[in-house]
Every structure is written in structure tokens, then in C-alpha cells.
Design a protein around this ligand. Structure first.
Ligand code: NAD
Length: 337
């Protein structure tokens, strides 16, 4: 039996990944360790919470308690999804990001070594390469992060890579592009725009919405992550992209077309751009495709329709529970003033 320890499993990608493992493997056990920040929601896993193969423990990966949990559980494989993840919040509350994304990643590495865990897969991000316009970048590109979020994630990558060299940490790093899909806390472009439109509120666009992002449906991301669990090589870094690149304005336009059959310009509220907003991201994922084959199966419009349907059918997840104006960076933000 394979024992998985997933950190941050109550969040967006982590919860989808836990559901994915349980659907793929009969003989496994999954321990979800999550601090349950505002972005963590055990409701994301309510369909599997009765499953004997699944268990949840509330814990902060920064704390010593995390080491005790790992020592007792003795996982075969650990996947670290836990992170503070929203760029707008990282501009407001950078300390949260340094603590979880850097110190937390350090504690995970330390704990993995101390307890002889065989494989640790760290979930990084394509944002650590900084702004990339045009030719997509491979895993050996220079890191050039621009936000406290991406700088914290880049710091963790460097720290973990030093652990690989110095202590032979059994590490694999994965750098996914922007995910969208079910169970995402409504603060990022796709989930927030859908929920705002379902609430008859205009979508919020930073600047003119010309920034280009690479988009993957979360179920394709989970398929690829599972491929890495099965075939990934220790010591390697894998970009996990889709090649599907659209501007933020393109995404909003497609969401409106899928929801209403047309675009309502008066339902787009432009606000000043956030500082350091990268103009584009573009990653070359050929290394991962060579390892596991093609993993992108969901075209953008189909993925958006699936996502819209999920938020429509699952109001319990967001309606009346989330302040959809709270986590947007505005020029009135006070940090460092
Ligand atoms: P999320 O914000 O939805 O979930 C993060 C989860 O981590 C939450 O459940 C939260 O409670 C938990 N958490 C936060 N701090 C913690 C701590 N100190 N200890 C334990 N648990 C803690 O994030 P997500 O979108 O699912 O992202 C998962 C990972 O993937 C992150 O590492 C993120 O950087 C990376 N990533 C995300 C995307 C994306 O588009 N969502 C793209 C690339 C990479």
C-alpha cells in the first residue's frame, strides 16, 4: 500500500489531487495536513471524507508538530501543496508568504530528511521565472520573480535545490502554470470573475487586461502530477504547462460568452494595475511530455464551461460565505506607506 502525505490538501489543487489519487488507486492511504487558512476548505473533500483511505489532520507546516505527524504516519511520498498563493495578498501581507512558502518549505524538507521519506514533490509555480513574453522557457531558465509571492516560491526552490545537493533530499520540483477549475477560492481571475458575475457584480480587471497567462484545467494538472508521482525522477524539475495562453481580457471575454452568450462591457470594471504585474508567462513543458506523454485533454472553452457549471451548482462553496471584494489589490492599499 502506498501512503501519501499531502500538505495543503484542503485548498484548490490539493483537494482535486486527493480526489484524483483516491479515484486511481485502490490500495493507498492519504493523509491531508492543512492549516485551514481562509483558502482551505474541508468542504472541498466532503465527497471523500467518509472514505477509509482518507484522513485529515489540522497543522501548520511551519510548526514542530508537523515533524511529529510525519514521524508517526511514515509516508512513502509527500507532496507539498501548502502555500500562501494569492499575489494581491502577497503585496499586502508579504510576511505570511515568507513564513509558509519559505520557512514552511524548509520545515517540510527538514522533516522529509529526518524521517527518511522516499520522495518529496514540491509544488512550485511558473511565476518564479518572472515575465516571459514570446519564446517559452525551460526548467533551467533564470529565476526572476517580481512579487512577494513569486519571490517566496523562488526562494523555496533555491533552498530545496541546495538541500538536494547538500543533503541528498529526495526532491522533485514541479512548476505548474495557472490552474482553473472547481474548488478554487474566488480570489483569482477565473473563479472570482465567475462568482462575481453569478452575483450580478462586474468582474475586476487590473489595468487593460493585456497580461498573458498560461492556463490548465485542474484535472489535467492532477493527471500530470500523478504521472510525476509514478514516473518522475528524483533531482529533476518539471514545468507543468499547457501551451494554452490567453490574456486576462481574453479569459473574461470567454467566461462572459460562455455564461451569457455575449460580452457585457459594462460588467468589466478596470482598476489600476497592480505593481510588478508580469506581462506574460510561457513555459516549455516538453520535458514533462517526454516523461508521461500528453496530459492536456481539456480545451479552454470546455474547461471554462465545466468550471462555470460547478460554481453555479455549488453555491454552498461561496454564496454568502466569501467577501468577493476583499482580496483584490487596489492603489489604496496601505502597505509601506
Ligand atoms: P490554495 O490557496 O487554494 O490552497 C492552499 C492550501 O494550503 C489551503 O488549504 C491552506 O489552508 C493551506 N495552507 C496555507 N498555509 C499553510 C500552512 N502554513 N500550513 C499548512 N497548510 C497551509 O492554493 P492552490 O491554488 O491549491 O495552490 C497549491 C500549490 O500550487 C501552491 O504551492 C501554489 O503556489 C501552487 N501553484 C498554484 C497555481 C494555481 O494556479 N492555483 C499555479 C501554480 C502553482
Amino acid at each position: 500500500m502506498v501512503k501519501y502525505l499531502i500538505t495543503g490538501g484542503a485548498g484548490f489543487i490539493g483537494s482535486n489531487f486527493i480526489r484524483y489519487i483516491l479515484s486511481k488507486e485502490r490500495d493507498c492511504h492519504v493523509l491531508n495536513v492543512d492549516k485551514l487558512t481562509y483558502a482551505g476548505n474541508l468542504g472541498n473533500l466532503r465527497d471523500v471524507e467518509q472514505d477509509d483511505r482518507y484522513e485529515f489532520v489540522k497543522c501548520d507546516i511551519v510548526d514542530d508538530e508537523f515533524g511529529k505527524i510525519v514521524k508517526e504516519y511514515r509516508p512513502d511520498i509527500l507532496l507539498n501543496f501548502a502555500a500562501a498563493t494569492h499575489i494581491d495578498r502577497s503585496i499586502r501581507y508579504p510576511k505570511e508568504f515568507v513564513l509558509t512558502d519559505v520557512v514552511g518549505a524548509f520545515n517540510v524538507a527538514y522533516t522529509v530528511l529526518k524521517n527518511n521519506v522516499k520522495v518529496a514533490i514540491h509544488i512550485s509555480t511558473d511565476e518564479i521565472y518572472g515575465s516571459i513574453i514570446g519564446k517559452s522557457v525551460k526548467e533551467d531558465a533564470k529565476l526572476d520573480p517580481t512579487s512577494p509571492y513569486s519571490a517566496s516560491k523562488a526562494s523555496a526552490d533555491l533552498l530545496l535545490l541546495s538541500y538536494l545537493k547538500t543533503y541528498k533530499l529526495p526532491l522533485i520540483i514541479v512548476r505548474p502554470c495557472n490552474n482553473y477549475g472547481r474548488n478554487q477560492y474566488p480570489e483569482k481571475l477565473v473563479s472570482l470573475s465567475i462568482v462575481r458575475l453569478l452575483s450580478d457584480k462586474p468582474v475586476i480587471l487590473h489595468g487593460e487586461g493585456k497580461e498573458i497567462r498560461e492556463w490548465i484545467h485542474v484535472s489535467d494538472c492532477c493527471r500530470a502530477l500523478y504521472g510525476i508521482v509514478k514516473k518522475g525522477r528524483i533531482g529533476e524539475i518539471y514545468n507543468l504547462g499547457s501551451g494554452i495562453r490567453f490574456t486576462n481580457m481574453n479569459m473574461i471575454t470567454m467566461i462572459m460568452e460562455e455564461m451569457f452568450g455575449r460580452v457585457y462591457v459594462n460588467m468589466i470594471k478596470k482598476i489600476p494595475n497592480r505593481p510588478g504585474n508580469d506581462k506574460g508567462y510561457a513555459i516549455d513543458s516538453s520535458k514533462l511530455v517526454s516523461l508521461i506523454g500528453d496530459y492536456v485533454t481539456i480545451p479552454i472553452r470546455q474547461g471554462l464551461r465545466m468550471t462555470i457549471d460547478w460554481y453555479r451548482e455549488n453555491e454552498w462553496f461561496w454564496k454568502g460565505k466569501i467577501d468577493i471584494d476583499a482580496n483584490i489589490y487596489t492603489e489604496n492599499d496601505e502597505y509601506l506607506r
